[in-house]
Design a protein around this ligand. Structure first.
Ligand code: LLP
Length: 370
């Protein structure tokens, strides 16, 4: 197969899905929705669907993709700060489970579209809980300074508006504090914040049918070969132990990265080894067009030379795109690299293929499966 391409380990995906099932099966009121933004490859989606997960979408395109791949509309939740009218209409016509509404302005448009189409919308309000996830600034979402969700002091009148409106069914509240979170503390703070908020709202006569705690569980990018499973047990246990669910209340999760990150790697071939005065460059045939995370977030992905076990040397592993940011790693210590060597960039199953672009008129990457 022509490089670069994505290679997915379906066995590892299945083991990850089995672990999710093991952690959640004692809880019939828990629902895990896979955040399809992490990876929408149909082969992976089929496994994820068969494992019983629903879908978390953030666009009309994602809703269509989920439906095309056999996920029932009733398993789909729909978030996003900027839902276009056509996307709202699509979601209403298909009968998705729930809109996660991010502002009063959006709520008014959903009401308008429901009236125009003669439909009813199930809605949850996305709350900005002001919890610091201590993660990369580009992927934190739960702080007042972020654009996501409705801030707590502004929530009550919007809930009342949703409850009184005949074309809406008010389901409850939605939260998502950020992504690539490895420390359990921010999730504990989130659970505490949900409890406080729920007590407070109940005091005012407002009942919640469901709570959605979003996604965000991180994975080990530094030692993926030793640690290929996210800390699913500790993650689910935080909510099991701390969240005070009311009888009959439903709890939703939206995991993306934790489900697919470790099962995917980007395979690329070395085109040239170039010796500079201070650096040696390994120029590979993948660039930020295939995997943008290092260039965009300064993210680290472990790099492995699959073709050599020679002596270790230092290389800047760079791509062919005409931009200096097209660098996968600086000063990577790797077994001696030669032209033609195959290189694997690990932990690329989440936000790899889905964030690929055609910049420089490059073709989108293909994929294969083990
Ligand atoms: N739910 C909502 C509302 C979200 O915005 C996200 C991710 C998720 C769930 C899934 O989060 P996860 O479990 O994957 O952390 N492209 C970035 C990550 C962006 C995440 C955006 N929202 C990256 O490559 O790190």
């Amino acid at each position: 197969m022509r490089t670069p391409y994505y290679r997915y380990d379906l066995g590892l995906l299945d083991r990850t899905l089995a672990k999710i099932r093991e952690c959640t099966e004692g809880h019939p009121n828990w629902h895990v929705h896979y955040a399809i933004k992490a990876n929408a490859n149909p082969t992976l989606l089929e496994r994820i669907r068969k494992a019983g997960l629903g879908i978390d979408c953030v666009s009309g395109g994602e809703i269509s993709k989920a439906l095309e791949n056999g996920f029932p509309a009733t398993s789909i939740v729909f978030a996003g700060v900027g839902k276009a009218d056509w996307e709202i209409d699509l979601a209403l016509e298909k009968g998705i489970a729930c809109f996660n509404v991010e502002s009063q302005a959006e709520l008014e448009v959903i009401i308008e579209r429901c009236q125009a189409l003669g439909r009813t919308a199930h809605i949850a309000l996305r709350v900005n809980p002001n919890v610091d996830a201590h993660t990369h600034a580009g992927i934190t979402t739960g702080l007042s300074e972020n654009k996501f969700g409705i801030e707590i002091p502004m929530l009550e009148p919007i809930i009342r508006r949703a409850i009184e409106c005949d074309c809406l069914v008010f389901e409850g509240l939605h939260f998502h504090i950020g992504s690539q979170i490895l420390d359990m503390e921010p999730f504990m703070t989130l659970a505490d914040r949900v409890n406080e908020l729920q007590d407070n709202l109940e005091g005012k006569g407002i009942k919640l049918h469901s709570i959605n705690v979003g996604g965000g569980l991180g994975v080990d990018y530094d030692n993926p070969e030793q640690n290929d499973m996210p800390c699913l047990e500790s993650y689910f246990k935080v909510f099991e132990d701390r969240l005070k669910l009311r009888p009959g209340q439903q709890l939703h999760f939206e995991l993306g990265r934790a489900v697919v990150a470790q099962c995917g790697r980007l395979i690329t071939r070395v085109l040239y080894v170039k010796q500079g005065t201070v650096k040696k460059f390994a120029i590979v045939d993948a660039g930020f067009t295939e995997l943008i995370r290092p260039a965009f977030y300064g993210a680290h992905h472990k790099i492995v030379n699959l073709s050599s076990d020679g002596p270790l040397e230092k290389y800047d592993v760079v791509g062919p795109i005409c931009e200096s940011s097209d660098t996968f790693e600086k000063d990577a210590l790797l077994p001696e690299i030669r032209r033609g060597d195959l290189i694997a960039i690990l932990t690329a199953g989440a936000y790899g293929e889905t964030m690929a672009s055609c910049y420089n008129c490059r073709p989108l990457p293909k994929s294969c499966f083990d």
